[in-house]
Design a protein around this ligand. Structure first.
Ligand SMILES: [Cu+2]
Length: 88
């Protein structure tokens, strides 16, 4: 099966801050924090039900169950920086 994943570089913000995933298949978000800037050593999402530490320069894969179409938010631990997952 085709991979259903999106990569986000964490470098003083989430880059890109909008990513897309396909509806109805297991999915992965891969975060790579490449900078010590800001307060981005933690990412979480209430709507996607995950929470992860982001060690510097180590890709972190978040596995997601098949998703329904819609928009989902994620943010840094202090909810200062935000990103969005568009599932369709
Ligand atoms: Cu923050």
């Amino acid at each position: 099966m085709e991979q259903n994943q999106a990569k986000v570089i964490v470098d003083g913000g989430f880059k890109p801050d909008v990513v897309s995933l396909k509806e109805g298949f297991p999915a992965q978000l891969i975060f790579i924090r490449t900078s010590d800037q800001g307060c981005l050593n933690h990412v979480n999402s209430t709507t996607l039900a995950f929470s992860a530490e982001l060690p510097l320069n180590q890709p972190v894969t978040v596995n997601l169950q098949p998703l329904k179409s819609g928009n989902y938010d994620f943010s840094c631990g202090m909810e200062m920086f935000f990103g969005k997952v568009v599932v369709e």
